[in-house]
Design a binder for this molecule. Sequence first.
Ligand SMILES: Cc1ncc(COP(=O)(O)O)c(C=O)c1O
Length: 386
Amino acid sequence: MDQNLRVPGPTPLPAEVREAQAAPMIDHRGTEFGEMLREISAGLAELIGTQGDVLLLTGSGTGALEAAVVNTLSPGDRVLGVTIGAFGDRFIKIATAFEAQVDRFEVDWGHAADPAVLAAHLATNPAYRAVLVTHNETSTGVTNPLHELASVVRNAPDEPLLVVDGISGLGAMPFEMDDWGIDLVVSASQKAFMASPGIAIAALSQRAWNATETARMPRVYWDLAEARKWAEKGQTPWTPAVSVAFGLRVGVRRLLAEGRERTWARHAAIASAVQAGLEALGLVLVAAPADRSQTVTAAWLPDGVEWGPFNAAMRARGLIVAGGQGAWVGRILRFGHMGGVGIDAMCEAVRVMGETLAEHGRSADADAAVRVMREAFEARQAAPVG
Ligand SMILES: Cc1ncc(COP(=O)(O)O)c(C=O)c1O
């Protein structure tokens, strides 16, 4: 049975990506690899709106979060960790492990950070060396207003570095690294870029590079200055995930061919269709409309529906969604819609979820939910991009 993989990463691989990833191995110190590395980095830079360097690292997104911390900070540095969920907590955990002095700017799960409250915090506390922010909090399906938060951080005392976890948003949602004044952002191949897991992405501003020169946290594998030195020669310091790079090149080419604004509009239209469909099934969404993510939707599990058997029943029908994380295990389900997503696969997923809910004693009309989804999708497709 084919799986309808709707977890918020890894995302389904388009056939073209799968074929590329099956290509014969090449020398990672040869010209062919060098050309591929340069093409992917340049393409990513265009997609995220930067003239700066975009580095490809071998590892998952968490490795790039660690790289972001250890390359820009020193033990004892005052850092503000903006956390709205499990991944914001992870960023803080990493900075704390490397002995930054981290203050938590904590927002209740299910909500976005408020720029005015962040501004007040920054104005009334001693200056920070860096502010860590998650763009899209995958554990709750909430997107932070990053452009506004960035402008608050840019105006804060002593100009802290703005270091962003863009793992589940980059490539799918509006993002203007240079215009918004982001110093460092990371992501990973298995999210909107439609490739297998294995390559982490790190983009740095000049201010971030300046910070690497004085940062004293220990680093070897994740040394970004070393990665940049090798990237200039078309190589990576350590053996790269070559097959993933073959796939990532195709993913990046597909996104460039679609065009950033159209990709963002497609994700927005799919997200509003999924939200409408789940609500039509009687589910209550976690996030308020203004905070809802365009790449992952979280909904409360209805009373009386137990995650274990419900999830098993969906999986038996080929639908793979994610459950909750941390304190929200068994309380929510999460539905991913990033990368090469199209409306038909999403409608099919919501239909299967509706039929499974009906089997679990809920009154859910799957056909009606799918109709609502298609209407919501078409309404958004017709709306101007923005
Ligand atoms: C926002 C965010 N941060 C960090 C991570 C961790 O990335 P990885 O699992 O690739 O290490 C994820 C993965 O889902 C994520 O969505």
